[in-house]
Design a protein. Structure first.
Length: 158
């Protein structure tokens, strides 16, 4: 999706873990390994964008995912409770454009992935040692979030 605003857009990022590994995609235009995710569209809330992006970019269905954060189970007329993101950041895309990243950590019941070939050169699961491998040139921020997702998934038993 193209940028909605000139200076700053809101995005979601999904660090999805299965069996001690996190899925990353090799972005077609940016040519780097990144989490699954993308822009929050004007008619979406962050949770809707999260599950849409995961399905579009990795082929993982919402029913196979567990968000590793809390969401109240209260019913309140006119209020939709959303999963709490694990992290927030703002990062540079170009010299004149930035993204506010809403970062979610998730676990997946499946390790089956589908490449979105129109958006990515590759998709794969990375273990902790592979995240450190210089061959992949994974940014420090992506490594941090990916390692946190693996740790949280391991500690929660998911």
């Amino acid at each position: 999706m193209p940028h909605i605003h000139d200076l700053i857009n809101f995005t979601v990022a999904a660090y999805i873990v299965n069996n001690g590994k996190v899925v990353l995609v090799n972005h077609l235009q940016l040519k780097r390994w990144m989490p699954v995710g993308g822009h929050i569209e004007l008619d979406e809330d962050p949770e809707e964008a999260l599950f849409r992006e995961i399905k579009e970019e990795a082929g993982i269905d919402k029913r196979d995912l567990t968000v590793l954060s809390n969401k109240p189970e209260i019913v309140s007329d006119g209020t939709k409770f959303l999963f709490t993101p694990s992290f927030l950041d703002i990062h540079k895309i170009t010299d004149t454009h930035r993204h506010v990243g809403i970062i979610y950590l998730l676990s997946s019941k499946t390790d089956e992935l589908v490449l979105a070939a129109d958006e990515h050169n590759g998709i794969r699961w990375f273990g902790l040692s592979e995240l450190e491998n210089e061959e992949f040139k994974i940014s420090p921020a992506v490594k941090f979030y990916a390692e946190e997702a693996i740790k949280l998934s391991n500690s929660s038993g998911r």
